[in-house]
Design a protein around this ligand. Structure first.
Ligand code: V47
Length: 352
């Protein structure tokens, strides 16, 4: 049986999935695009959102991170709760439907600081969707407060968190993880936290950081672990392959990805993760141009306007000031797709 048939029938093993990378990009594109068009036609989703990063002081040391305050980025900051609320209010006035809150793991501010940011934003702007706190943060909150994961997640819901972002997943392979982010939430725990969250009836996303010291097998392993959890919970809305950005950090990387390898990875994720509805080519790390091309290779979402981006831009991505809505809409249109503004749970708000 042809490889792609085996994959489509679901009768494949790990080695088969790795062999997908040996297929020509164009062939993978045809297969991925077929799935994409069956699900979404020519629609490409985006949202109007605002990233808020409350602090860059971190107790963890991830070698790929250029955002946290360290020798190469000696600018520690911690926003007050009032400042976070002000940013959210201003974004709401400019039509944002979502705030995406992710912080470094700052032990000095206390557990309540994080919950209060959410509570206060929700109190002032009950309509805005709060996508907040990665599983890495949940793990850190648990250490900080002595509460177990379930209690932390319940507190988050109580405070007003609507969904969880997909950060902190990095690469699940334990040996690679040990080299790039020793001491951070383990892969097993990352998955466990999302499983609990899904069992509480909530949705989340899942990322994968690639293009550093991992290999193709590690990426496939990562995707298959997500596929397995999704079979159990159906709680993931989107898979987001994040392309490693190389500046201002301590990870020694010898070979960087080609555009072909990035597109192959996106296409393979669309093929393997048929049970995760959306594949996001996050324009921040994929670059805008390649994200537009990725629409032909399985991606149906390119994230949003963001307004201000600090994590990936610190490592070299051209995303510091987000993206203008009109430009985003026109770029999607000019590339032959239909721009659709969505909310955070993928309900359609406006078709352009
Ligand atoms: O977890 C850190 C990554 C993530 C680098 O869920 C880097 O909708 C590339 O998770 N090069 C945070 N990536 C961003 C994130 C995210 C973004 C957009 C949407 C969603 C969503 C989630 O950024 C971190 C880490 O994996 N990251 N440093 C770097 N040098």
């Amino acid at each position: 049986m042809k490889l792609i048939e085996k994959i489509k029938n679901g009768k494949f093993d790990f080695e088969d999935a790795v062999k997908l990378y040996d297929m020509e990009l164009f062939e993978l594109g045809v297969e991925a695009n077929e799935i994409r068009e069956k699900k979404f036609g020519k629609k490409t989703y985006f949202n109007i959102n605002r990233h808020i990063n409350p602090s860059n002081i971190c107790k963890d040391v991830c070698k790929f991170c250029a955002f946290s305050a360290h020798r190469k980025n000696p600018n520690p900051y911690t926003l007050s709760i009032e400042e976070c609320v002000k940013i959210a209010k201003n974004a709401y006035l400019h039509n944002a439907k979502e705030v995406h809150i992710v912080s470094a793991h700052n032990p000095n501010v206390g557990y309540d600081y994080y919950m209060d940011i959410v509570k206060e934003i929700k109190k002032e702007i009950p309509d805005i969707h709060i996508k907040a706190f990665t599983a890495a943060e949940v793990n850190f909150f648990s250490e900080l407060s002595g509460k177990n994961y379930k209690e932390v997640l319940e507190d988050m819901i109580q405070a007003g968190v609507d969904s969880m972002p997909g950060g902190g997943a990095e690469i699940f392979d334990e040996r690679v993880r040990e080299k790039i982010c020793k001491g951070k939430v383990s892969s097993q725990r990352w998955l466990e936290i999302h499983e609990y969250w899904h069992k509480l009836g909530r949705k989340s996303n899942a990322t994968m950081l690639f293009g550093h010291i991992e290999n193709r097998s590690h990426r496939i392993d990562h995707m298959l672990r997500l596929k397995e959890l999704q079979e159990k919970t159906n709680g993931f809305n989107a898979f987001i392959p994040l392309v490693y950005q190389r500046k201002n950090n301590y990870l020694k990387v010898e070979n960087f990805l080609t555009g072909i390898e990035i597109l192959k990875t996106i296409a393979i994720s669309r093929i393997l993760l048929e049970n995760i509805p959306n594949i996001k080519a996050y324009w921040v790390t994929t670059t805008l141009n390649l994200s537009l091309v990725a629409q032909n290779y399985g991606a149906n979402d390119i994230d949003g306007t963001i307004e201000k981006e600090s994590i990936n831009s610190a490592a070299g991505a051209a995303s510091k000031n987000g993206l203008d809505l009109k430009e985003l809409v026109n770029l999607i249109k000019d590339s032959g797709y239909i721009p659709v503004e969505r909310d955070s749970l993928y309900n359609e708000i406006r078709i352009y």
